[in-house]
Design a protein around this ligand. Structure first.
Ligand SMILES: NC(=O)C1=CN([C@@H]2O[C@H](COP(=O)(O)OP(=O)(O)OC[C@H]3O[C@@H](n4cnc5c(N)ncnc54)[C@H](O)[C@@H]3O)[C@@H](O)[C@H]2O)[C@H](O)CC1
Ligand SMILES: [K+]
Length: 244
């Protein structure tokens, strides 16, 4: 789907993975924001969505954050820190801690300082959750999920807790919407910067779009259509629907 629509009726263009990568490249190698800044905005918005989904008394509910080793996982780890910083009962599970590098690894170091709990994949069977955050795989999905990523997706699919997916439900191709193997069925998906063309599938649940601070000049240089003026005039997240 090449566009989505906001509740106010604004038409929001969608991007493919290739287009989003170009936006990220122009931002990170050139104008900014840098990866740290974008990930912080992603994680903070995601944490806020979790608080809103859980409602009053959210801080007494258990939240499990499942994170992969790339940019998607880094955003999830950042959200886990924000939840822990605000007194939430958060447990983080990373698919492969040894493979974390760069900014996602720095996110984990920050999380460790928050007092939140880090659990191993082997502990999954003992974890209780009221809301699960899916930050396992983002737009760099390559083929059917395998290894620890597939285990985490399987765990989310078994339990009754709602899942909030970051950017795209893990296992769903962000460009085509196809799922080459196991995939997450989200209650809510929070897309970053611009909705991806593959999000018009049932696995996404409610779609929200979060502003992560990318200015119009970056989109222009990446030759990507910008979101309509005023889309984020009331806040940093807006609900989107499929356009008919
Ligand atoms: N402007 C933005 O939208 C931003 C988005 N961000 C987030 O970053 C991810 C994309 O990050 P990336 O590091 O490119 O990759 P992923 O996190 O999607 O994947 C990580 C990792 O997973 C492995 N993998 C791929 N396919 C499989 C598979 N089938 N089975 C198992 N493992 C797999 C592979 O090793 C990948 O490298 C994007 O979605 C956003 O969430 C940034 O935070 C900044 C800006
Ligand atoms: K995800």
């Amino acid at each position: 789907m090449d566009s989505f629509v906001s509740e106010a009726g604004l038409v929001v263009p969608a991007v493919t993975t290739e287009q989003m990568r170009e936006v990220d490249r122009v931002a990170i190698e050139g104008i900014g924001p840098n990866l740290y800044q974008m990930m912080e905005n992603a994680g903070r918005n995601l944490a806020l969505s979790c608080v809103e989904m859980l409602g009053e008394g959210w801080a007494t509910s258990s939240v499990v954050v499942l994170a992969g080793t790339g940019g998607n996982g880094g955003g999830g780890i950042c959200a886990a820190r924000h939840l822990a910083n605000h007194g939430g009962q958060v447990t983080l599970v990373v698919s492969d801690v040894e493979r974390l590098a760069g900014v996602p690894a720095e996110q984990l170091a920050l999380f460790r300082a928050s007092g939140g709990r880090l659990a191993a994949i082997g502990d999954l069977g003992t974890l209780e959750t009221s809301l699960t955050v899916d930050a396992v795989l983002g737009y760099s999905l390559a083929g059917a999920p395998h290894g620890a990523a597939a285990d985490l997706i399987g765990w989310m699919s078994q339990g009754p807790a709602p899942v909030v997916s970051l950017d795209v439900p893990s296992g769903v191709d962000a460009t085509t919407g196809e799922a080459p193997g196991v995939h997450v069925r989200a209650a809510t998906t929070m897309a970053l910067a611009l909705p991806k063309t593959g999000l018009a599938v049932d696995a996404t649940g409610e779609i929200w779009l979060a502003d992560i601070g990318i200015p119009a000049g970056v989109l222009e240089r990446a030759r990507v259509r910008p979101p309509p003026a005023g889309l984020f005039s009331k806040g940093y997240r807006v609900r989107l629907s499929w356009s008919s």
